[in-house]
Design a protein around this ligand. Structure first.
Ligand SMILES: *Cc1c(COP(=O)(O)O)cnc(C)c1O
Length: 232
C-alpha cells in the first residue's frame, strides 16, 4: 500500500510541476510519519523514501535508532525549548521556528554541541489562532533577527495552511508566502538564503507545488489516516 501511495503522490507532484513549468527535482517529498510505527517507516524506506517528517521530539528520538542512518529527519511540529535536546543532533532541518525565544534556545544548544542548525521560519499565513508562527507582516524582521544567531542557518519559510476540502482556497496563502520569500531574498541578508518553501500537505500539495513549494509534507496520502488513540 505504501509503495503504491508513494507512486501516486510522486506522479501528482510531477503533474503539478508540469502544469507550472517547474522541474520536479526542485520538489522534495517529505513522508510525514508521525504516529506511525517503525515498521511502516521501514516499508517506506524500502520503497525509496529518505526524507521523513515528525512533529514530536521524543517520537523522533525513539524512531531514529531503529531506522537506517542515511535518512534525513525533518522536525515539522511546534517545538518546546526543553525538548530541543532530543533532536538537535538528529534532524537535517527544523521547519517550525516560530519565536525568537525558541531560536535563541536552539542557537544556544547548537553552540554547546558545536553544531550549525538549518531552520525555516514558520509563518501563520491565515492568522489561525490554533496555529503557531509569526504573521506575514512580522516575517521579514523575524527572519532578520534569526539571521543573527551564529549557530543557525536560515533556509526559508514554512506554513501550515488551514485544513480544507477545497485546496484552491489555500492558493492565495501559498502565493503570498512565495512572494514574501522573494521579497526577503531580495534584501540579501547575511546568513539567509530563501531556498526552501515548505508548504503543502495531503489535501493541498498540488496547489502548493504550482505555487512554488520546494518541500511538501505528506502524511495521510502515503501512510493512510492516523489513529491518535493508538500508541505508535
Ligand atoms: C501532520 C502534518 C503534516 C501531514 O499532514 P497530512 O494531511 O496527513 O498530509 C504536514 N505538516 C505538518 C506540520 C504536520 O503536522
Amino acid at each position: 500500500m505504501i509503495q503504491e501511495n508513494l507512486e501516486t503522490v510522486k506522479e501528482r507532484i510531477q503533474n503539478a510541476c508540469r502544469r507550472a513549468g517547474r522541474n520536479p527535482d526542485e520538489v522534495t517529498l517529505i513522508a510525514v510519519s508521525k504516529t506511525k510505527p517503525v515498521e511502516m517507516l521501514q516499508e517506506a524506506y524500502e520503497a525509496g523514501v529518505r526524507e521523513f517528517g515528525e512533529n514530536k521530539p521524543q517520537e523522533l528520538r525513539d524512531k531514529y535508532p531503529c531506522l537506517p542512518q542515511d535518512i534525513h529527519w525533518h522536525m515539522i511540529g511546534h517545538l518546546q525549548r526543553n525538548k530541543i535536546k532530543y533532536l538537535i543532533d538528529k534532524v537535517c532541518l527544523i521547519h517550525s521556528v516560530d519565536s525568537l525565544r525558541l531560536a535563541e534556545a536552539i542557537d544556544e544548544e547548537a553552540g554547546k554541541r558545536g553544531l550549525r542548525v538549518s531552520v525555516l521560519a514558520e509563518v501563520n499565513m491565515a492568522g489561525e489562532e490554533s496555529k503557531f508562527g509569526v504573521t506575514p507582516q512580522e516575517a521579514p524582521s523575524f527572519v532578520e533577527a534569526l539571521s543573527r544567531f551564529p549557530h543557525l542557518r536560515v533556509e526559508g519559510l514554512m506554513t501550515i495552511a488551514p485544513f480544507t476540502e477545497h485546496p484552491e482556497e489555500n492558493r492565495p496563502y501559498f502565493r503570498n508566502l512565495k512572494k514574501l520569500s522573494v521579497d526577503i531574498q531580495a534584501k540579501n541578508i547575511d546568513n539567509v538564503c530563501m531556498r526552501h518553501l515548505s508548504v503543502g500537505m495531503t489535501g493541498d500539495f498540488e496547489v502548493a507545488v504550482e505555487e512554488g513549494a520546494t518541500m511538501v509534507r505528506v502524511g495521510t496520502g502515503i501512510f493512510g489516516a492516523r489513529d491518535y488513540t493508538a500508541r505508535p
